[in-house]
Ligand binder design. Sequence first.
Ligand code: COA
Length: 632
Amino acid sequence: MISKNQRMITNQRILQTIFKMRNIKSNKRIFDSAKIRMFGNTLNLPSLPVPTLNQTIEKYLKSVTPFLNESELINTKTILKEFSSPNGIGNNLQDLLIQKANSSENWLAEWWLKTAYLEYREPVVIFSSPGLVFPLEDFSIEDERVVYTAKLIMAALDYKFTIDNDQLPLDKMGKDPLDMNQYKKIFGTCRVPKKNVDEIEFNSESRHIIVVRNNNFFSIEVIKENMKRCSFKDILGMLHSVLNESTNLGDPVGILTTENRNNWSRAYDELIKDPLNRDSVAKIQKSLFLVALDNPMPDSNDSRRSLASKQCIHGGGSMANSANRWFDKTVQFVIGQDGIVGLTYEHSPSEGQPIASMTDYLINYIKHIDTNNNMSDTKFDGTLEKLEFKVSDTLKSYIIEANENIDRLVKNLDMDCFQFTSFGKEFVKTQKLSPDSFIQIAMQYAFYRIHMTPGAHYESAATRKYIHGRTETIRSCSIESIAFAKAMLDSKKTIADKVVALKEAIESHKKYAMEAVNGFGVDRHLLGLKLIAQENGIELPRIFTDPSFKRSSHMRISTSQVATRCDGFMCYAPLTADGYGCCYNPRPFDINFGVSAFVAHADTSATKFRLALEESLGDMHDILAKSQKAKL
Ligand code: COA
């Protein structure tokens, strides 16, 4: 156990090293004692454990079995035995990892932020930043959109004050309190592109927001020096000024943020050479959040939900809204002309669930805000400033390249988002089964019935029971999930056989999920062993080059539960070129799904997966209902 004092020191070190403060001067206040309390472990949460080598090896072997033939399995067993034998390299690495864990609050936090996010060079758009679609609105006139936007800004400011005043209700998993640090990083945060490794800036004490329309960026002061927020009427007035001053298209500087991170970092260095641009960029980066007033999306055959998912994920391309963004900002609210509303968020500082909890707060606030009370005539001398950019010829060529690249990515993303209305999690609970595991097994069955081969399947499990905890992987593809899918497709199996197979698959998933939320999955531990080997100049052990590792971590189904009470849903692209993304929101009587696939891959289609998933959920419901009837 480490002492409280050591924890404080580690906190400061984590802040200094993990987040690599770019501008220590402007962020100096982060090191005030109040902020240490914010980021620190006020709940006395435990540190992330390191599983034993045998625990991980045993679980890993089981999880890779569906992907191997008999001889491959024998070979993998030999490699694992050698790795974990008393004199094997695995034990050396384990000792080194335990040493690291003993001297830090969370042995994974710094590594994870770097390897999963800041070192990742693909664009954040599509490859990393999810969209979150709010309950859809219908704006028939521009005024309705402006009023909604003003309410949303009021709601977001109210939420920020609630976070700052430590008034958010504590999130819990069962009886366990969860780490609340991610909430503190929602507002005022921005990623900054750098060659090879990006950085993150925190400016939660900023007092302005950015509104962008027709690619024109405006900085609006929404909080006065005395911390008084501007009124609904002030915001409304300023939004009207934005509309008046943004009728022409601005230079599409925002499109640069859709680029591959190394391309963007080169363009960024060119952009900020000019002091005018540098000031404008700094205002955007330091803002609390960004609000994008979008133009209509290009015509398509997409359903409204699917269109909304695309608008939130990428904005529709260079001719639509993709330049009407600054994708490095943690939170960008998206307000379409016709009533498509939602947000996109840059993933590195936070997981989806805190963003989803914020969404419920905002939607509730918007529903209940009494704007008459907020129409008081109190004078507010907030300022609105149009941000100017000078675009050099070199920047113009970067913009042309970025336009081409984002348009290619946009064309390649296939989305099918829908609400499954036949039942929700209440039905599954009546069957005494875990709703989350039920949905995961339905996805396994859906994949199998399309492709007739096991699909490696990632589900995020929150490890926020631990200080600075983020996620562990639940490997949802199991011996039992494949046995169930095969049983369902086997005409010789009885309903009773199928129900037994279903329950075994669900139980096996639930067991893995419980272990993962407690920090005992296999993926983060193996990552730790790999990274500690690299740090110590130790040759990569064979376990990481064995086909079992490659196949079981080529996640063809990338999923997470992101729950909101409101009728919203999160959505994102697949993790692999031949895979699916499937984010879901299980509500009591329905389930919202955001399904994605890449157009370029001939074997996959979002709609094919959606249809297979709907059928799978229906089939699973029916066998349970029939077996119950048979018992009566
Ligand atoms: N019989 C009856 N009810 C059951 C049951 C059973 N056998 N098993 C579970 N339930 C109930 C639970 O008690 C719970 O009830 P509640 O709605 O009253 O709270 C409900 O069903 C849901 O439980 P379950 O579906 O098993 O799982 P979960 O909601 O706890 O979710 C995880 C499991 C893994 C998704 C969750 O722990 C988690 O980690 N979420 C975060 C995921 C994440 O990080 N997403 C963002 C990625 S960007």
